[in-house]
Ligand binder design. Structure first.
Ligand code: ZN
Length: 379
């Protein structure tokens, strides 16, 4: 897949603290990650450049200046009243129509609430959930001594998500932080309890004509349901692949139309259009109306969260990031994913470039996680 752009610019994964009016157009995303590379060029073939899904940077990040969205915990998915109805888009849709605009270069900026803090809190929430009466026993690597689990059909694991004919659900309450864990997912959405050994797999940036079908075969082989976070302009031209995903019983999330590098830097109108255009394309193609939205790179801000809520979607992040988009090697992807614990939401990618490492890692990871007793569930 040499014609596809390579992701090279890990993004900061932050939840911005809003400024006085709640907007966060400025002072975005400090450069806390590894060396910032050049912005990716807009891909010639429409494949969206992927500068995202970078995890929290190793560098120290200062505390946010103000406390918005701070200290998310098990209660991270707290809500605030919905905002006004979605305004009609007023600005021309120029950038997003280009099929992937490069993210702006990193720049030092105001410290923002970093993903690590959120993750720590989220992990704490997951652990608390576990400690709260769930006898997991899979925190380690003990094999499933009970033998192979009965393998049910993908859709039998959990099928809370009804078919919907609505492109955009009615607005929901604005979340103060995205969903990092299954416990937070339950809290935000009111979903029924998950099994104690539940884990969720999310797969971003497709559909891809090569890697999506291959990964679908793996998922089928191991009876693993997954949430495919699709980019609208990747559905465009790969409609058959998108349909394969839903036909196999998997779920879809909205991952914007063009995968902007730093969504929170865009205007509310542009964010609205990114969400709505993807929602319409996904629904028109597959008949499936996503209920969840994943922001590219895990970049969130109050403004993004507000737009997501006004579109009737819930903001979905992740717990476990193997950084597979950076192609660190099959072994490293496996190692990261095999560290998954009950209650976590795993991330990997089927789009955005050569995903052979991801594919080969999943061949090992899926059966091993199942052998540990973890049960993949649909969201
Ligand atoms: Zn992405």
């Amino acid at each position: 897949m040499s014609d596809e752009p390579q992701r090279s610019v890990p993004e900061d994964r932050t939840v911005e603290a809003p400024d006085e009016d709640g907007q966060t157009d400025e002072d975005l995303a400090p450069a806390a990650g590894p060396a910032a590379g050049p912005a990716e060029p807009a891909p010639a073939d429409g494949q969206t450049a992927e500068a995202s899904e970078a995890p929290a940077a190793p560098a120290e990040q200062p505390e946010p200046e103000d406390g918005v969205a701070s200290g998310p915990s098990a209660d991270a998915a707290g809500v605030e009243p919905p905002s006004a109805p979605i305004p009609a888009p007023a600005e021309p849709d120029t950038q997003e129509a280009a099929g992937g605009d490069p993210p702006p270069p990193r720049q030092p900026g105001r410290p923002l609430l970093d993903r690590r803090r959120l993750l720590i809190a989220g992990a704490g929430a997951a652990l608390a959930a576990v400690a709260g009466g769930i006898a997991v026993g899979t925190g380690g690597d003990e094999p499933d001594v009970a033998g192979p689990r009965p393998a049910g059909p993908v859709t039998a694991v959990r099928s809370r998500q009804p078919e919907s004919t609505r492109v955009t659900p009615p607005p929901v309450a604005v979340q103060r932080a995205p969903i990092f864990t299954l416990a937070q997912y339950r809290k935000a959405t009111g979903a029924a309890p998950f099994p104690a050994d539940a884990i969720a797999l999310t797969i971003d940036d497709g559909p891809h004509p090569v890697w999506t079908p291959k990964i679908l075969k793996l998922l089928d082989r191991y009876h693993v349901p997954a949430m495919f976070c699709m980019i609208g302009n990747q559905v465009l031209g790969h409609e058959d692949v998108a349909k394969m995903v839903t036909a196999a019983g998997h779920q879809l999330a909205n991952h914007t139309w063009s995968h902007p590098g730093v969504l929170s830097k865009r205007s509310g109108t542009t964010i609205h259009r990114e969400i709505l255009r993807a929602q319409e394309k996904i629904h028109d193609t597959t008949g499936y109306a996503p209920k969840l939205f994943r922001s590219p790179g895990g970049v969130w801000s109050p403004k993004v969260l507000r737009q997501v809520a006004m579109a009737g979607l819930f903001p979905l992040d992740w717990t476990n990031d193997p950084r597979d988009w950076s192609r660190p090697g099959v072994g490293r992807i496996e190692h990261a994913m095999l560290a998954a614990r009950p209650g976590q939401i795993l991330l990997c990618h089927d789009g955005g470039g050569d995903r052979s490492q991801t594919y080969h890692a999943l061949k090992t990871v899926l059966p091993r996680l199942k052998a540990r007793g973890l049960r993949f569930v649909a969201l």
